[in-house]
Design a protein around this ligand. Structure first.
Ligand code: ADP
Ligand code: G6P
Length: 480
């Protein structure tokens, strides 16, 4: 039976090592949480990195780790310390990530890291090819593996390859500053179908292909050598039922309450509201801006002092990359300053958690909050916004969402704001806190309907079906 091979930099499970034993936790981030449901359903395998350097591992421990990974239908690509430093922390997260999110001042282009990026993409190609059988489909994910489609196509020209980008594709004016722009596009064009979250990202990609590669593009098809490559947008959904049902469980009063939930409930009532934000600690998420905007709100609407609290969960991410270390310091300082400025004996305006939390706690945060404040400066999609809506089983709650998140394109009933405007923030927060219940329910109902219909399974089905169609049209062309 043919299978689908999912390939991404990170596997859905993260290994860590302590004292010659290992621990496994689920990976954080939209790609892993979204694709996990797809992988669990299918008969395929997932190829990716385990999260640890695999050189110098004790052979016995290494065997145990590999067997655990295999049990999860995964195959690991062994990366060395050097690979992690140069390909992952370096080229992926100091060149591609900031550039694709329009943070040009953060980009760092190093020839040595580019060489590492090519080398590691080749390592991934080797592992994929080792596991590939005739008729299999390969689905490559995200910016860490932009060269992989072409590397596989070169060695296995008959393989059907899909590629999905989970982050924005920047406008031509930004992309053309990239030193290896042609190589990156050539790598991506090894795929038969390229998917993006939004039409804008698709349009930017096609514009770069036309202007940099000078290729013929007709509507959403690129003619390249003797192939036709399809490009389309597929806005990623969430596992709606999983979040909705988990929230329903929490509505059940007989369920034993965790300490977190008890503390959250103590601080909500008709005149006391919780405002929630959840992000990976990443500069694209606009965390310092959000804290400053919250200060602006409290300065301009002082009647909300002691009445609102911002609960902010920031999950540690890429903490060896200097820009992330700087962001952490800035966030710590801002939270300290604002809590110091406004706190009273009975009230702290910001509750700040810098850690990962188990799924159960995430659901408690979602279900206990009156408002979700999701305000990235730039974000490919943002699944947290969708998860918050899915957990509103009683239809109450308000989502304030940045226009710069891909999710805003499908979530018009949220309060959409420009994350760079403190005034926009403050007015929307006031609007959210005073919104009549009926209006909240109408908005949430519309949003839920759409999220339920276009969930992550449907998203994956549509992508894979479109990929299958490219295979069929290839076969038709051969038989003509
Ligand atoms: P990004 O992909 O940039 O991290 P998204 O909002 O699209 O941003 O996805 C974040 C994902 O990470 C969500 O699915 C969210 O539920 C998940 N997540 C956030 N915090 C945690 C956590 N502490 N543990 C596990 N998953 C988390
Ligand atoms: C985003 C990216 C993913 C990445 C995730 C977590 O969702 O699109 O590719 O896996 O962030 O980041 P990390 O660097 O920890 O894998």
């Amino acid at each position: 039976m043919n299978k689908t091979i999912i390939v991404s930099n990170r596997l859905p499970l993260q290994v860590s090592i302590q004292n010659n034993s290992f621990n496994v936790v689920p990976s954080v981030g939209g790609l892993a949480t979204g694709m996990k449901s797809v992988h669990a359903e299918g008969n395929g395998i997932w190829v990716g990195w385990s999260g640890i350097p695999e050189n110098n591992l004790d052979p016995e421990l290494s065997d145990q780790i590999q067997s655990k990974i295999r049990n999860e239908k995964c195959v690991s690509v062994p990366l060395t310390n050097e690979d992690i430093e140069e390909y992952y922390e370096g080229f992926s997260n100091r060149a591609l990530w900031p550039l694709f999110h329009y943070f040009m001042e953060y980009t760092n282009f190093e020839q040595k890291e580019w060489e590492a990026y090519k080398r590691v993409n080749e390592k991934f190609a080797e592992v994929v090819i080792e596991n590939l059988e005739d008729g299999d489909t390969v689905w490559v994910h995200d910016y860490q593996l932009l060269l992989l489609p072409q590397l596989i196509k070169n060695k296995k020209p008959n393989t059907t390859i899909g590629f999905f980008l989970h982050i924005p594709f920047p406008s031509y004016e930004i992309f053309r500053t990239f030193p290896w722009r042609e190589e990156i596009l050539t790598g991506m064009l090894g795929a038969d179908l390229l998917g993006f979250h939004t039409y804008d990202y698709e349009r930017h990609f096609l514009s770069s292909v036309k202007r940099i590669m000078r290729l013929e593009v007709q509507f959403n098809e690129i003619s390249y050598h003797d192939r036709i490559i399809k490009v389309d947008s597929f806005p990623m959904g969430i596992d709606y039922d999983k979040f909705y049902n988990a929230a329903l469980e929490h509505d059940n009063d007989s369920k034993e309450k965790s300490d977190l939930r008890k503390r959250l409930e103590e601080h909500t009532s008709d005149d006391k509201k919780l405002i929630l934000s959840i992000d990976r600690m990443d500069y694209t998420k606009g965390i310092p801006n959000r804290i400053k905007a919250f200060e602006y709100f409290l300065d301009n609407y002082p009647e909300y002092k002691e009445k609102v609290r911002l609960v902010m969960l920031a999950v540690p991410s890429r903490s060896n990359v200097p820009q992330y270390q700087k962001l952490k310091r800035e966030t710590d300082e801002l939270v300290g300053r604002i809590n110091g400025k406004f706190a009273t004996v009975s009230w702290t305006p910001i509750w700040y958690f810098y850690r990962s939390m188990p799924f159960n706690n995430l659901i408690e945060l979602y279900t206990c909050s009156d408002v979700a404040l999701i305000t990235p400066i730039r974000d490919g999609m943002n699944l947290v916004a969708k998860e918050y809506v899915a957990t509103r089983t009683k239809g109450n709650g308000v989502l304030i969402l940045s226009e710069m998140a891909g999710a805003s394109k499908e979530m018009n009933e949220a309060l959409l704001i420009n994350p760079n405007s403190f005034e926009d923030f403050a007015v929307s927060l006031k609007h959210a806190l005073t919104m009549p219940l009926e209006e909240q329910q109408t908005r949430i109902k519309f949003l839920q309907k759409r999220l339920k219909r276009y969930d992550v399974e449907k998203w994956a089905d549509e992508f894979l079906k479109a990929l299958e169609d490219t295979k069929n049209s290839k076969n038709e062309n051969v038989t003509k």
